[in-house]
Design a protein around this ligand. Structure first.
Ligand code: PEP
Ligand code: MN
Length: 352
């Protein structure tokens, strides 16, 4: 059980997106180690790129480079595997930590093949979220690995592909990793701000947000010469900038130590509870009215769905909500849910 008053230091995975040369890996490892903020050294050996003809990784020759860098710095090392051949090669080279990338988690055949190749080993494994926002695929990947007897199975949140999101490379959709944590409360959940943001200047606020959502750690890409990196140049930072970033994080405990602070928080929470009850009561009241409307519609033989009327309601509430500081994303979801529930109540009355 965690002590809720305790400030927990995050577990930090850092290193370049890709291994490029042995010198690059060793210099990165030494400079990261010098900063004292890294627990696990990463580098991609096989790079699953979205399109061919971009750099697809140095391949197997890079494995001993990473192992060697780990020995020199006394840091454990981790790389990405996407199939059974990768697993065999990494195990043979001496890897005890592996991660599964977002483009692999989407494919249950690939994850199962990796799981089978890892059966009976004590490998520590991290599963990145799938590219698409499908919580069950992520859960399924974790289950496949647990099912072969692996006991150290963890998760990395790297965001989700989205046509809409302009600020970030991958939409974080924080509610999905939160739901994963509900499913597996004991899992170690790591945030990967590098692949979420795609831009080095945005790493800090996303890393801080992860800390405030009680993530267990961070994975951040770091390169000795970021702009010249062979993959993901725009999101990488030098080892020194990485160290400063980690040092500047504000780490908060789940509960305050002074009881007066906890008292203030308690009274604010009571207000929240009261408001939540009022909201629920009001929604229930709204549904009662919807049922009366349903009865009226039944009597006069008119349809439940009234698209024009709903458009008017939606437009008005979107404006009103935004004037009051609510986001359009929230309002759209909330109004849609309200409408569906109304229709459900009216349908029940109609079909009585
Ligand atoms: C990576 O970590 O370099 C990587 C390929 O990440 P993802 O699978 O999240 O795209
Ligand atoms: Mn990368």
């Amino acid at each position: 059980m965690n002590n809720l008053n305790e400030i927990r230091r995050p577990f930090i995975i850092a290193g370049p997106c890709s291994a490029e040369t042995e010198e690059q890996i060793i210099e990165t490892a030494l400079r990261l180690k010098a900063g004292g903020q890294v627990d696990l050294l990463r580098a991609g050996i096989w790079k699953p790129r979205t399109r061919p003809n971009s750099f697809e990784g140095v391949g197997e020759i890079g494995l001993p480079w990473l192992i060697n860098a780990g020995k020199i710095t006394n840091l454990p090392v981790i790389t990405e595997v996407a199939n059974a051949k990768h697993v065999e090669a990494t195990l043979k080279a001496g890897f005890t930590h592996l991660w599964i990338g977002a483009r692999t988690t989407v494919n249950p055949f690939a994850v199962q093949e990796i799981a089978d190749a890892l059966r009976g080993t004590g490998t520590k494994i991290w599963v990145k979220n799938p590219i698409n926002p499908d919580l069950n695929l992520w859960i399924g990947g974790i289950e496949r690995l647990k099912n072969v007897g692996l006991t150290d199975v963890n998760a990395i949140h790297r965001g989700f592909s989205s046509a809409q999101h302009k600020t970030y490379r991958n939409d974080p959709m924080w509610e999905i990793p939160m739901a994963l944590k509900t499913e597996f409360p004991a899992i170690q959940l790591i945030c990967d701000p590098s692949h979420i943001t795609g831009k080095r200047d945005l790493l800090q606020p996303v890393a801080q947000k992860a800390m405030d959502l009680i993530y267990d750690g961070l994975m951040i890409e770091s390169h000795i010469d970021p702009d010249q990196a062979w993959s993901d140049a725009a999101q990488q930072v030098t080892p020194e900038r990485f160290t400063t970033l980690i040092e500047s994080l504000i780490l908060r405990s789940e509960q305050a130590n002074e009881s007066s602070i906890n008292e203030d928080l308690k009274s604010l929470r009571l207000s929240i509870d009261k408001i939540d009850e009022e909201i629920t009561a009001l929604i229930a009241e709204r549904m009662k009215v919807a049922e009366e409307i349903g009865a009226y519609k039944k009597e006069h033989n008119i349809t439940i769905l009234q698209p024009k009327r709903w458009e008017v309601i939606k437009k008005r509430q979107l404006e009103y909500g935004q004037e009051n500081g609510l986001s359009i994303k929230f309002l759209v979801k909330y109004l849609e849910a309200l409408h569906q529930e109304s229709i459900r109540h009216q349908t029940a009355v109609m079909n009585k």
